[in-house]
Write a protein that binds this ligand. Structure first.
Ligand code: SF4
Length: 297
């Protein structure tokens, strides 16, 4: 199978896991876990049922989920849509009825089959597409009937920075087109039910990286200039240097208070008033432990 499922269009042989992402032709999942999300409407009190897919089409050098996303990641615990659907149905029963697809971009072609299987079993969760933003418009149109809420990252605005950290100099043009398509499909506001849980819309996430304050400001300016004023932004400060990765100097430390303050100030100056600003101390608390029983400490 020569794969062009994601914007990387690497034509890798998925039968041998030979593409850039390392994924095979079968849906592989590292963990299905209930998670109280970073944004209150995504997960509520009981949490969202998150499907953490194995592998990733970005391979960011600083990935905090690298144990499950890298080309040589932990063995998947589930293989194939049927197995994944069975586990999803079990975990959904303990959650708020929301299903998070965590970096689904390289399995986009299999998402309709997964969701249809749930529907056939009478299970109709709110489906949240939680990606790195490196999604093609074509794939987003394919999954449009199956997704309710988009939760993409918008990581970079310049080709050089995107190439340095995610090997994708076309990330800015791909991700901005993707976010615009997501807003076209679901609207740019986040709609919530009477319990405060999201059921339709868009939240754009941005993780501020140490030493990249100017890049973060460029991302915020694009959001303010190109998306409607009601867009929800989730500004994140949870970066920490993951163990076992070779990192550039600026990513071997956490974000400083001054750096984060400068980005928050720019967000306020731009009038981006809807959404969430993570506390700087979050780098202490949001740490995935994929080899252990609970995903996040
Ligand atoms: S999904 Fe993986 S194999 Fe397919 S084009 Fe993207 S990176 Fe390459």
């Amino acid at each position: 199978m020569s794969c062009n499922v994601c914007p990387r269009m690497c034509s890798g042989d998925r039968l041998r896991g030979g593409g850039f992402c390392g994924a095979s032709d079968v849906m592989e999942v590292a963990r299905v876990w209930r998670h109280r999300g970073e944004e209150p409407p995504i997960g509520g009190e009981r949490g969202i049922c998150n499907v953490f897919f194995s592998h990733c089409n970005l391979q960011c050098v600083y990935c905090q989920n690298h144990l499950i996303s890298s080309r040589k990641c932990l063995s998947p615990t589930l293989r194939g849509v049927a197995e994944v659907a069975t586990e999803v149905e079990r975990v959904l029963g303990e959650s708020e009825g929301m299903l998070g697809l965590v970096t689904p971009s390289h399995y986009g072609h299999l998402i309709p089959e997964l969701v249809e299987r749930l529907w056939e079993d009478g299970v109709r969760p709110t489906v949240v597409w939680n990606s790195g933003g490196y999604d093609s418009v074509e794939m987003l149109r394919r999954v449009e009937p199956y997704v309710d809420v988009y939760l993409p990252d918008l990581k970079y605005m310049t080709a050089e920075v995107a190439e340095r950290y995610s090997h994708a100099k076309d990330y800015p043009e791909v991700a901005t087109a993707a976010v615009k398509e997501m807003a076209r499909q679901k609207g740019s506001a986040l709609l919530c039910d009477e319990r405060g849980l999201a059921f339709r819309g868009l939240v754009v996430r941005h993780l501020v990286l140490p030493g990249e304050v100017e890049e973060s400001k460029r991302v915020l300016r694009w959001i303010a200039e190109e998306l409607p004023g009601n867009v929800h932004l989730s500004l994140m400060a949870q970066y920490y240097p993951p163990e076992g990765l070779e990192l550039p100097d600026n990513l071997r430390r956490r974000l400083s208070e001054e750096e984060y303050g400068e980005v928050v100030e720019e967000m306020e100056r731009l009038g981006l008033g809807k959404g969430w600003v993570q506390e700087l101390a979050s780098s202490e608390s949001y740490r995935p432990h994929f080899g252990e029983q609970e995903t996040f400490s």
